[in-house]
Design a protein around this ligand. Structure first.
Ligand SMILES: C[S@@+](CC[C@H](N)C(=O)[O-])C[C@H]1O[C@@H](n2cnc3c(N)ncnc32)[C@H](O)[C@@H]1O
Length: 305
């Protein structure tokens, strides 16, 4: 995380005079965040026009072009975007990727482990995400997805295994890190009596399209749940990265806090790569380098839901 924080610091130092937009980083007149680590995340940027933008991208390459297109769509004519990317996320090759898409692309040099690229005259500014959707055939039917959302264009083998192993659930379902919604779609069709949670506004928009009957929430995992809100079945193919670094922090946090949200007799199911150990769980299946684990609700004196 230290490198990512340093790269965010580089991004913050680039805001210019006038009304600048920060994309994925604050410090300007307005901020656009797709990821709901802080309140106010949204799928689209705030209305402009802005005099410039500082865009802090991450390794989700699929999302680079639509993110820059939407940012360009709220810039004043001639305004510049300062794009910051960690080298490990593709910072060194970024300028070559976007050169054909803009009138002017200038290398702003490296700073620490990040690279700055200045972009002006983006040729296809966007006002909406309407043209960005793709559709992927899955065993649970076609799934629509926005760029940069998990498993766009394919079905993750871990999610496939989890969907096969979990008994078709009775009762209330929670899908933690719902992505475009494959797991809930496989287990619960259009999402009846299901809640899906994701930190990414584009994943939430995708899940809402694929699961029109589900309650889809934008936010940080269990923080989106109400006190005392309980589920009979919880499924998750949990995130294993924080920024660029692999980290089991989130899955550990979810394992510890989930018992509070399981109904009496409730079961939680996770799928992870085989090397990841989740304490206090029982292994129920292995395939293709993935393992499915489960744990049950703790015994309670009075059964409340
Ligand atoms: C491995 S993907 C699984 C997606 C989907 N459930 C599937 O099986 O295809 C993990 C998902 O967790 C989301 N995520 C990451 N951190 C999160 C957090 N703190 N709270 C909620 N969702 C999170 C990511 O945006 C991503 O969509």
């Amino acid at each position: 995380m230290a490198r990512r924080d340093a790269a965010a610091g580089v991004a913050r130092s680039l805001f210019g005079e006038g009304r600048w937009l920060g994309v994925g980083v604050d410090g300007g007149a307005a901020t656009w965040r797709r990821l709901a680590w802080a309140p106010g995340a949204s799928a689209l940027p705030p209305g402009g026009p802005f005099d410039g933008a500082v865009v802090f991208l991450d390794r989700g390459r699929d999302a680079w072009v639509p993110t820059l297109g939407l940012t360009a769509g709220v810039l004043a004519p001639g305004a510049e975007m300062a794009v910051v990317l960690e080298n490990a996320a593709g910072g060194r090759s970024f300028a070559d990727v976007v050169r054909p898409m803009a009138d002017e692309v200038r290398d702003g040099g490296g700073r620490g482990h990040a690279r700055i690229t200045w972009v002006r005259g983006w040729r296809e500014p966007l006002r909406s995400l309407d043209g960005a959707w793709t559709e992927t055939p899955t065993p649970a039917g076609p799934l629509a997805a926005l760029p940069g959302t998990f498993a766009m264009g394919r079905v993750d083998p871990g999610s496939l295994l989890l969907a096969e192993v979990v008994p078709r659930p009775a009762g209330r379902l929670l899908d933690l890190g719902v992505g475009p919604g494959f797991l809930t779609r496989a287990l619960r069709g259009l999402g009846e009596d299901a809640v899906g949670v994701d930190i990414d506004a584009w994943a939430v928009a995708s899940a809402a399209r694929n699961l029109p009957q589900a309650d889809i929430r934008l936010g940080d995992g269990l923080a989106t749940l109400r006190t005392g809100e309980r589920f009979d079945v919880v499924v998750s193919n949990p995130p294993l990265h924080v920024g660029l670094e692999r980290s089991p922090t989130i899955v550990k946090r979810w394992r510890e806090a989930l018992p509070e949200h399981l109904a009496t007799g409730g079961v939680a199911w996770f799928v992870t790569p085989s090397g990841v150990r989740v304490d206090g769980t029982e292994v129920v299946a292995r395939r293709d380098g993935y393992v499915v684990v489960r744990f049950f609700s703790p015994p309670r004196r009075s059964a409340t839901r």
